[in-house]
Structure formats: structure tokens, C-alpha cells
Design a protein around this ligand. Structure first.
Ligand code: FES
Length: 361
């Protein structure tokens, strides 16, 4: 046999393989795909990658608290003209109504063809920020204040009550934290971080020191103050649920505290009652602001003279008719549900209740 025959055969095979790769790039799954967002924005991405990554490459960030590991269920979007195929990994995070509407998890959805999607417009405002640690302060034995100076971009336009995500380097963890600071001070943001021993982000946050560089994505979230409303306000928080409520109260103070506000805050003992003096002062300054802290298990040395017991009991005791009142509640899912039941007993209108249920990890 001619010695050139095998060489020619191999060359033909390599040529065919290259042709197939090229064809796949141009016309197949790996080729370019167009994503139309909210009927307006079009982006071109490489086929086969997850929608979450495809959007992130174009600086469009969907919320996430798990970095794409399918444990948070935050990264939802709506697929227009959806065929209805739901992956088993998506199942636990989607209600029947969401499935009917074509909602999916973007970290589980691969872009295999041109698609049209719908996402909340506010997600188009979320950006990745380079920040620097400006202040670290212990608030209680398991809660830390972390203030981050925004370096690039230099300001964040967020609404009081929204949250942002902290990227933990090395372990690809993203953790969502409510922003505790005043949106009017837009050149820095503050988080109140509960140091959960099991959370992967805890070690990272504990190790942070002044000047360290931190990446943040945001802002996100539907829990925020309705700034155009003139209704009275009732704010209810427990544990680290105080963070978004602080942001709301700082904003209200900054704009002259024009509405009647009651703030219920529940802690175990006095050591957990951070910012107590600050809110007592605020109540002295503005008679239309009422601060009602309560302790569920005060210690003898606390010499506590305020309210004692479950927050629901205190709320019930100190609340009148709520027909014309808005409520902002942040805490554990059980705490939020129990408080909503009490508010319902006091005739609050369903559309005036806004809540943020904190994950328990
Ligand atoms: S990013 Fe957490 S489930 Fe998709």
C-alpha cells in the first residue's frame, strides 16, 4: 500500500472534524444565540452555557444566594413561548402557577436556541461593584457591622430595604445581605452580618479587615419603602431583620420623618439590642416616631424596664386600627407569618403588608 494513504485518510478525518466543529459553532448548540430581554434588549451569547452565566457575561445580574448551586431559588426568569419542560432540580423552587407561567431558574437553563425572556426591569440596574472595607465593628457576640466604600462604580442607587450580594472569593459562594445604611449616603453600603457558624461566608467576613477589597453585586429585592405613600408606618424586625429596617428608618429620618412611624424590635436579651440608644434618641427627636423594643428573655443584670415577651404579644398590645397603615416586616419566616396574623386582626389591608423572610442557614 502507498505509504501516503494513511496520512491522506487521517488528514481527511481531521478536516471533517474541523468542519463539524465549525458547523456546530455557527449553526448548532455551541453557535451564537440571541436572547431578547423584556422585548427590548438583545444580547448575543455562546450557545450551551447557562442563562445565568450568559447574562452575567453581559453585566446583567440575576439575584443569587448560592452562586448557581441550585440551593437558593432566587435566579428566576420567565421564558416566553415556553415548552413547559421543568428540570427536577428546578421543581422544589417553583409553584404550580410559576410553572404555568414559564418561570425557570436561570442557573439550570441552558441557552440552546434563540430565546425571549422576561426579567424584572430593576435587575437591569444591578451591577458588580469593587469595594473596600471601611469599617468592621462588633454589634453583638454574633453580629458584625461591615461598611464597604464603593470604589468602582463609586455610588449605588438602591431603595431603602433592598439587598446586595457579597462574593466570597475562592469558594464561589455568593451571600445575600440586606443593606442597612441610608440610600442617601450612596458612596458606601453597610451590612449587618450574622456570624452563623455553618455559613461558608462567615469565615470570610470574620477575616475581613480595613482596606480589604470586596466584590458586591446589587441592588436587588422587592422589599423596600414605598416612598410616595403618606400612610402611617409600622416596622417590625427581629435578629438581623433589623438591617433593612435600619435603612428604611435612616431614610425616613433623612427626609424629615414626615410620617407616623412605630418600630417594634425583638431581641433575646439586652446584649442583642444593638443601636438601642440611637433609636431612643431618634424617638426623642421626633415625637411621631415610636420605638418599642422588647426582650424575650432579659437577664437579671439587664435591669430591663421595657416590654418583655414574644414580639407578637407586644405587637398585639401596642397596636390599634391599621386600616390606613403600611407594615414592613423582616425576620424568620415563622416570625413574619405570626406578625402578619396579628396585623390582620388589627384590620391591615393585604396590599399594605411588605415582608422579607430571612433564610435560616
Ligand atoms: S443561583 Fe441559586 S438557585 Fe440559581
Amino acid at each position: 500500500m502507498n505509504i501516503y494513504v494513511p496520512i491522506i485518510l487521517v488528514s481527511i478525518l481531521v478536516f471533517i472534524a474541523l468542519l463539524l466543529i465549525l458547523a456546530d459553532k455557527l449553526f448548532g448548540i455551541g453557535g451564537e444565540k440571541v436572547i431578547t430581554i423584556n422585548d427590548e434588549t438583545k444580547i448575543t451569547v455562546r450557545g450551551g452555557i447557562t442563562l445565568r452565566n450568559a447574562l452575567a457575561q453581559h453585566k446583567i445580574f440575576l439575584p443569587s444566594a448560592c452562586g448557581g448551586k441550585t440551593t437558593c431559588g432566587y435566579c428566576k426568569f420567565r421564558l416566553i413561548d415556553d415548552s413547559g419542560l421543568i428540570k427536577p432540580t428546578e421543581e422544589p423552587f417553583l409553584s404550580d402557577e410559576e410553572k404555568r407561567k414559564g418561570i425557570h431558574l436561570s442557573c439550570q437553563f441552558r441557552v440552546r436556541e434563540n430565546i425571549k425572556i422576561e426579567i424584572p426591569n430593576e435587575y437591569l440596574n444591578a451591577q458588580e461593584y469593587k469595594t473596600e472595607v471601611e469599617l468592621m465593628k462588633d454589634l453583638t457576640c454574633n453580629a458584625k457591622l461591615v461598611r464597604l466604600k464603593l470604589i468602582d462604580p463609586k455610588t449605588m442607587n438602591f431603595k431603602p430595604g433592598q439587598y446586595a450580594e457579597l462574593k466570597v472569593p475562592g469558594i464561589e459562594v455568593i451571600r445575600a445581605y440586606s443593606i442597612a445604611s441610608n440610600p442617601k449616603e450612596a458612596n458606601h453600603i453597610e451590612f449587618i452580618v450574622r456570624l452563623e457558624p455553618k455559613a461558608k461566608s462567615t469565615g470570610y467576613v470574620k477575616s475581613l479587615k480595613m482596606g480589604d477589597k470586596v466584590h458586591v453585586i446589587g441592588p436587588f429585592g422587592h422589599f423596600y419603602l414605598k416612598e410616595d405613600s403618606k400612610k402611617d408606618i409600622i416596622c417590625i424586625a427581629s435578629g438581623s431583620g433589623k438591617a433593612p429596617i435600619c435603612s428604611i428608618l435612616y431614610y425616613l429620618k433623612d427626609t424629615g420623618m414626615k410620617r407616623n412611624v412605630k418600630f417594634f424590635y425583638d431581641a433575646v436579651s439586652k446584649a442583642d439590642l444593638y443601636y438601642n440608644d440611637e433609636f431612643i434618641e431618634l424617638a426623642k427627636q421626633y415625637p411621631n416616631f415610636k420605638y418599642i423594643p422588647s426582650l424575650s428573655s432579659p437577664l437579671k443584670e439587664d435591669e430591663w424596664k421595657g416590654e418583655v415577651g414574644q414580639i407578637t404579644d407586644v405587637l398585639n398590645k401596642k397596636t390599634d386600627d391599621l386600616t390606613e397603615t403600611e407594615a414592613y416586616i423582616c425576620g424568620s419566616p415563622d416570625m413574619v407569618n405570626d406578625c402578619v396574623n396579628i396585623l390582620n386582626d388589627h384590620k391591615i389591608q393585604k396590599e399594605n403588608v411588605f415582608s422579607d423572610k430571612l433564610s435560616q442557614d
